[in-house]
Design a protein around this ligand. Structure first.
Ligand code: ADP
Ligand code: MG
Length: 572
């Protein structure tokens, strides 16, 4: 008896479809890629229920003839490549000829398309593997694809779909990267009638970044542009000392295609090594252009990854380009925002906004302890039994302590972070956060995906003392914030918190928030401390549950054992 059987086409089609189409975001990606390949200058994406009920992508591209419209649903039919050699030089986003057949095999799909001019347009209706109808249809040049009830015939997949917001998130991210790669494109996104992205065409990447992320992002970037025919890197990356607390702000594009790639990201990190504070990662909007033959885009069914023919030269190009850009700005020349490039007023504005990276105001760090809403006055007794004694401060950043076993070098920032984290956790357990009302409106703008994160986490933020009010579009005002902060600090903390929240699992959110609050209010490295403050901090540190690790998991102290010292001095 034979046990190996060839699967019926219907099943194998679904398996293949599942490889290309994982969730609504994959459908959006494939359809928008088709629109872009068709030369569209306008693309609008409309969703219902995060795309689970409906995804509609409309473009003003070339459209298709009736014949092509029917052929497009046959697996491996494509207008983009014809011969095997073409695979070596792919200049379009699509080429596998799999998207439309895959999507249509697991949904109810309608395609309406027209090449404009005299010939009538066409409407194709499909349900799963079947074509229900093909008829004439009048419309302007371009194509509309409507995908309803994704996975209606693939219940396994359907079960794995997440809440609307979770499905929406990667869609917003993907379309943000499309907007970045195509500044001349008019792009919009709406979900269940609500507009999430609305990007009229702009003149270039700089204007697009301004449109999507606002002035405050643009001000913290420097322009990158160098390389030659064998590879060129253009775009923007962090203007030191600015950076981000996580790596989600790195956008890489290879020949216009958004990609994730370790070579690019490690070259970028290398270029910023030793330049940014240790917790910061560079932000990047970087476009690598390579000869088509030097990139293999056919590595991944969803085309999210690429392979380079000369990966070490790619690494070099990125490293050099960012280094050159840094050298150019080392006089720190600000990037003006569009519109006020040469106005003196704009430049003055910028200078004022730069204060955050001067040394913070000369506040007394110990005040933090007294100011703490717990109200507990510190007790300044040195610790007798442990034999712990503060010897002094090294490099304005480390507290040197002796104890029975030798020397301890304690990182003052990490130590303070730990102490505050435990205090804040206790406040959080016991009561709601004592808050301040902001008297002046603390306004800020968010990127489309941050705006979603903010909404998704409104409750958690409120519990932690941050009350945010939507001001229309992606502008917000911080109305209330924890009493421990000065107003500008509260804004900085909120932006750090939003970055953390997008990555944190639900159970870890509270701790992330508290850790960020602790980080933002802790003494910084480089601050001289008086002896009594160091003594207090060390005493408090050793009362915490974990005096060796800060809430972000970094070490707080290193030990130099007495035996080590004696060995070095040949005392033994
Ligand atoms: P691929 O993009 O890999 O060629 P698809 O299945 O995504 O494969 O699309 C099949 C073909 O249908 C494309 O090659 C293209 O000729 C045509 N097509 C799909 N979408 C559009 C569109 N929005 N406008 C014009 N032509 C399209
Ligand atoms: Mg395609």
């Amino acid at each position: 008896m034979t046990r190996v059987k060839v699967l019926p086409a219907e099943i194998s089609q679904k398996i293949a479809a599942g490889e290309v189409i994982e969730r609504p975001a994959s459908v959006v990606k494939e359809l928008v890629e088709n629109s872009l390949d068709a030369g569209a200058t306008e693309v609008s994406v409309d969703l219902v229920d995060g795309g689970k009920r409906l995804i509609r992508v409309e473009d003003n591209g070339t459209g298709m003839s009736r014949e092509d419209a029917e052929l497009a649903f046959v697996r491996h039919s494509t207008s983009k490549i014809a011969r095997e050699e073409d695979l070596l030089e792919i200049s379009t986003l699509g080429f596998r000829g799999e998207a439309l057949p895959s999507i249509s095999s697991i949904s109810r799909l309608t395609l309406k398309t027209s090449e404009g001019g005299e010939a009538p347009g066409t409407e194709v209706e499909r349900e799963g593997e079947r074509t229900l109808s093909v008829k004439d249809f009048a419309r302007r040049r371009g194509t509309t694809v409507e995908v309803r009830d994704l996975f209606f015939n693939l219940p396994v997949r359907q079960k794995f779909l997440r809440g609307d917001r979770a499905e929406l998130n990667p869609i917003v991210k993907y379309l943000t990267s499309v907007a970045l790669a195509y500044p001349g494109l008019r792009l919009s996104l709406a979900n269940s009638g609500r507009v999430l992205l609305s990007c009229p065409p702009v003149g270039g990447l700089r204007e697009r970044i301004f449109q999507l992320f606002g002035k405050s992002t643009l001000e913290k970037l420097m322009e990158v542009d160098s390389g030659g025919d064998s590879g060129r890197l253009t775009g923007f990356s962090s203007l030191p000392p600015f950076g981000r607390s996580d790596r989600t702000h790195q956008h890489f594009f290879v020949n216009g295609r958004p990609v994730r790639d370790v070579i690019l990201s490690s070259a970028l990190h290398q270029a910023y090594r030793g330049i940014l504070e240790k917790d910061l990662s560079p932000e990047a909007f970087l476009f690598l252009s390579l000869p088509y033959g030097d990139v293999d885009v056919n590595v991944h069914p969803a085309k999210a990854e690429v392979r380079f023919r000369h990966s070490s030269s790619v690494y070099e190009i990125v490293l050099r380009a960012v280094e050159q850009a840094r050298a150019k700005v080392s006089g720190i020349k600000p990037i003006a925002s569009p519109g006020n490039e040469d106005s003196a007023r704009g430049a003055g504005d910028y200078a004022d906004r730069r204060t955050p990276f001067r040394i913070p105001e000369a506040r007394e760090p110990l005040d933090r302890f007294f100011r703490s809403p717990l109200g507990a006055g510190p007790d300044l007794q040195p610790e007798a039994e442990s034999g712990r004694r503060v010897l002094g401060q090294y490099a304005n950043s480390y507290i040197v302590v002796e104890d029975k076993d030798g020397l301890l070098v304690i990182d003052q920032h990490n130590a303070h972070e730990r102490v505050l984290f435990e205090r804040y956790s206790e406040i959080d357990r016991r009561q709601s956060w004592p808050v301040k009302l902001s008297l002046i409106p603390l306004l800020f703008d968010l990127s489309p995906s941050q705006a979603l994160d903010l909404e998704a986490n409104e409750g958690t933020l409120l519990e932690s003392g941050f009350r945010v009010e939507a001001m229309g579009g992606r502008s917000f005002a911080l109305r209330e914030f924890p009493e421990i902060f000065q107003p500008e600090e509260a804004l900085a903390a909120l932006s750090g918190i939003l970055e953390d929240l997008s990555a944190a699992p639900p159970e870890g959110k509270k701790d992330k928030i508290l850790a960020t609050m602790a980080c933002k209010t802790a003494i910084k490295a480089g601050e001289p401390l008086l002896r009594e403050k160091m003594e207090f901090l060390v005493a408090e540190l050793f009362k915490t549950a974990n005096p060796s690790l800060c809430p972000h998991g970094r070490p707080i102290q290193v030990r130099i054992a007495r035996s080590q010292i004696e060995k070095g001095l040949r005392r033994r």
